[in-house]
Design a protein around this ligand. Sequence first.
Ligand SMILES: [Zn+2]
Length: 468
Amino acid sequence: MPSPRVIAIQFDGLRADALSEERTPNLLAAAEQGAWFRNHRSTFPTSTRVCVSSLATGVYPEKHGLPGNSLFSRDLGETITTGRHENLLAWERAMGGRLLLRDTFFERVGGVIISAASSGSAWLWNAGRAACLIHPVAAYPAGEREKIKEHGEIPPAGEPDLDRCAWALDLALDYVIPKLAPAVLVVHLSEPDSTQHHQGAAGEVHREALEGVDRLFGAFRERFQAEHDDWAQTNLLLFSDHGVVTTAGMIDLEAELGDLPGRGESWQAAHSEGAALFYAESDKTLLELVSFLRTKEWAGPLFSKSGEGAEGALPGTMALELVGCGGPRAPDLLMGFQWGDGFLQGENREGALPGWGYSSANNKGSGGTHGSCSPYELRNFLIAQGPAFPAGIRVDAPTGNIDLAPTILSLMGEKVPGGLDGEVFTKMPRARGEERIYRVESKGFAQTLSRAEVDGRFYLNFARLEKA
Ligand SMILES: [Zn+2]
């Protein structure tokens, strides 16, 4: 059986500045033998399922249509948590059978996905059902669940979640590559994100998760190369979907919003981790929400439908389009929770990464969060090793989640379709573009947004709300 042409491994939530010789020697060895993209960027909201949708389709949320990890469905008239695939199936049925608005790359090239993360993110990788999906509870076709049971018990989720990650990588070598022989294989590992939610990006357990997932990758690569004579023809794409910040406070948004009249009638809200989405017909209601949110220290950048230039239709907000979050399924108002640089007072700084942010109480733990638009959440990593990548190169030009799908299509010899937001990252040299700053001020508040712009594309650096 020939080896896959592409093996793409997602290390969930691994921040670019968490890579080091000490903690991630195997990832850095791959970087040494391949290309290390030093300015890689996530998509906003920096929530896993939103990011996975961009990774699989090559477009920002305004085109793929998944605006948040939690969202309000106008079709179902209810809030949906996208972490469970059953909820996505119900939403898909209510919308007439189209989960994402764009095809995933699997719809052109097929392949296999093995996921150790949530069933919702697994299902979104395979939104068009064009790949074989292997996940502890959400296999597609459904018969795959029985087949994988022959390869041993699926370990329960743990902390760190390394047994599940090992299961996913072992299954790739024991079953998927030899038996299913996919041309493209995606493996989604739940660490270090799973641990970061509980522990933040600091401390012993986080260190164990980071070092552990790197060690598992090293063992996978070693065994893959030992068992496959043609391993050198495989392109390994190693990346994360987003970063993380230390949680500054868990905000009970349900209680906070409880003081406002009309919830469930004239307006709706959905939130998880570092982002909150608001829906209302009337501008008056939305303006009241903006005024309310601005009194809260936990509220960060606000975005609404496009108005004049950088400003959204709601005065003092920025345009959703600037962050790639407009489109038919966009909320009327999108908020990233407030974030800041450096360390929190009293925070254990031993081995900790800087950057903090508030979180919705709708989060898996109180240690770390993501979803907002700090540079700490937006700077993820990308390393590529294989025949398409010269050894030892460092690429400073920006790349991002949106570039994965066009690159995989190109590596598979497919013509990259028009209308994608991303660009193939095998093309070198890659234009660096320039940083552009947008600013909107009103009534004692200022919002600043930084993007790298290159050849009509953009990559987000950060968006910040400052109170005068
Ligand atoms: Zn994630």
